[in-house]
Design a protein around this ligand. Structure first.
Ligand SMILES: Nc1ncnc2c1ncn2[C@@H]1O[C@H](COP(=O)(O)OP(=O)(O)OP(=O)(O)O)[C@@H](O)[C@H]1O
Ligand SMILES: [Mg+2]
Length: 233
């Protein structure tokens, strides 16, 4: 399914979050942004991380590629710029992607998912990461009250080499909570090469070698776009 840009000012907000560091939040956020940019959704990429990895990535993006509006949220807050996310975007923006820092816990979680249409949680296939991911999902469900607000949650299994025993355990846990695994991304240097150039992997000129990977991304976008945009003010 190829989503169409709506004429109305509708903004879908996608939050990429997991308290665990290094699980792929920035990789997923930047690749989402490039996919939407290529399809005319004029994405805004909000970087909430003091390390500003998404903004560093964006600086490497050349003028030949569709632009992405970057916002370093902490820098702007320091400068006293408004906290309202809608006011910080160009009028043509149709998708907002929010990259969040590692270490979020407790009441910081609901703060970051406010107004979201969907929440993506990248999880790496090691037992430590899976346990941390499961704890994070419990906090999200409890503190973020996502069930009652209607925000959709999807797990992104990242850097999968094979179906590990640990990951099968996570999948059982997720099934019991009715949380889908919406994409499974391989461990591939294509992500590293793309990141070095301010690109998404589908913008690399690598021929058919990442076709399966692109198929997973299309599945993810189908899932994100399968529901109407919430009126998230
Ligand atoms: N599927 C993948 N295949 C290969 N390398 C990957 C993949 N996903 C992420 N990486 C690499 O892993 C490292 C960590 O990824 P990333 O920065 O996206 O994680 P993060 O969750 O944003 O980290 P942090 O918590 O520090 O913000 C990066 O060097 C990135 O290029
Ligand atoms: Mg990051």
């Amino acid at each position: 399914m190829q989503p169409r840009v709506s004429a109305a000012r509708e903004i879908r907000k996608i939050v990429v979050i997991n308290g665990k560091g290094g699980c792929g939040k920035t990789t997923v956020s930047t690749n989402l942004a490039t996919w939407y940019a290529q399809r005319g959704f004029h994405p805004a990429l909000f970087d909430h991380d003091p390390q500003t990895s998404s903004m560093r990535w964006l600086k490497g993006r050349g003028p030949d590629h569709p632009p992405i509006h970057g916002v370093s949220v902490l820098t702007r807050q320091k400068l006293g710029v408004t906290r309202s996310w809608q006011l910080r975007m160009p009028s043509e923006t149709r998708r907002l992607i929010s990259d969040t820092p590692a270490g979020l816990a407790g009441l910081e979680i609901p703060d970051h998912i406010r107004g979201a249409d969907c929440v993506l949680i990248p999880v790496l296939p090691s037992s430590i990461d899976i346990e941390a991911g499961a704890d994070f999902i419990r906090d999200l469900l409890l503190l973020g009250r996502v069930r009652s607000t209607g925000v959709r949650i999807g797990i992104v299994a990242n850097r999968i080499k094979q179906h590990t025993v640990a990951f099968q355990a996570l999948e059982r846990f997720l099934r019991s909570l009715k949380i889908p695994v919406v994409a499974r991304f391989r461990d591939t240097q294509a992500y590293v090469h793309a990141a070095e150039q301010g690109l998404g992997i589908h913008e690399l000129k690598t021929g058919g070698t990442i076709r399966k990977e692109i198929h997973e991304w299309n599945k993810l976008f189908d899932w994100i776009e399968s529901e109407p945009i919430r009126n998230n003010g």
